[in-house]
Design a protein around this ligand. Structure first.
Ligand code: R5P
Length: 296
């Protein structure tokens, strides 16, 4: 028996995880003080280990503070274990000092979660998985919802090719392709030194006549998907679809992608968006179960 707690920004996904692992969900009390500070309260003690589901989607900074406050409050109640599920881990892309004087933001986020009392962490499709072992000393899992993405597209695609927008996204594309029984490839990008124009090209596979599924971790402005889609269509792809795990999607992103020729954009529910039609709950539940097997 466990208790799942959720911040209000994550209660839908927490309910799905609760159904998958058979535990009830308790919503934390939240309010904002007149001066803008956040307040969080745990309304009841956990039965057995506690699981907190709290995504860090926009407004990231406020949600991060609420997550830390909730962890401190839960930890003070002395549960047998305190597992935190952070479906979207904000600041994950600032994983190194690109310029001197910059912070490694992901390090600050992970270490703070640990200091606030988490004894285990589940994240979903984090931008650079090696950052987890680099900055955490508690056990963790990185849940990858590639089976869920593949199932969504199984009946839709003819002669599919899964395309990663860059080499760094290839492993995710490989995993989705494996579940689909399809080929996969990644784009190679090149910037014209005179005009500054970015050109892209699939590394190995001919896209002609194929349904291309672009798969990435995050869609923010939609620019990466739009470039991949227009490249695939110029090179003769029949249709282009796009899937991502985290639809951070800033204003105008969907229009940009649709106008580049993408037929449909879908994402998982690690954060709410109009295209979050695939649930990451099964992948999160499996990751939690495997974490429990390790530590409980
Ligand atoms: C970058 O490395 C990430 O994996 C995504 O490709 C990127 O965040 C997408 O951003 P945008 O939608 O703004 O092109």
């Amino acid at each position: 028996m466990m208790t799942i707690y959720a911040l209000s920004n994550s209660n839908g996904l927490a309910a799905r995880v609760g159904r998958a692992i058979g535990d009830k969900v308790v919503l934390l009390e939240e309010k904002e003080f007149p001066d803008g500070e956040s307040y969080v309260r745990v309304p009841q003690r956990s039965e057995g280990p506690a699981i907190l589901v709290a995504s860090l989607h926009p407004p990231q900074d406020r949600n991060f503070v609420k997550l830390l406050l909730a962890l401190e409050a839960l930890s003070a109640m002395g549960p047998e274990g305190l597992f935190v599920v952070v479906p979207y881990l904000a600041y994950a892309r600032q994983d190194k000092r690109f310029l001197e004087g910059e912070p490694i933001s992901i390090k600050v986020v992970l270490k703070s979660i640990e200091v606030a009392g988490a004894t285990g962490l589940v994240v979903v499709d984090v931008h650079k998985p090696s950052a987890l072992s680099e900055h955490l000393s508690i056990p963790f899992r990185n849940a990858i919802p590639s089976r869920e993405v593949a199932e969504y597209f199984k009946e839709k695609l003819k002669n599919p090719l899964v395309l990663a927008p860059d080499a760094g996204a290839l492993e995710r594309a490989r995993s989705v392709a494996e579940h689909l029984g399809a080929d996969y490839d990644h784009l190679v990008k090149e910037r014209d030194r005179v005009t500054g124009e970015v050109r892209a090209q699939p590394k190995n596979v001919d896209v002609r006549g194929r349904d291309v599924l672009i798969v990435d971790d995050i869609i923010s402005t939609g620019g990466t998907v739009a470039l991949a889609a227009s490249t695939a269509l110029k090179q003769g792809a029949s249709r282009v679809f796009a899937a991502c795990t985290h639809a951070v999607m800033v204003k105008g992103a969907l229009d940009l992608m649709l106008s580049s020729g993408v037929e449909e954009v879908v994402a998982t529910d690690t954060l709410p968006s109009p295209v979050s039609r695939i649930t990451a709950a099964p992948a999160i539940s499996e990751a939690l179960k495997s974490l429990f097997d390790e530590v409980l």
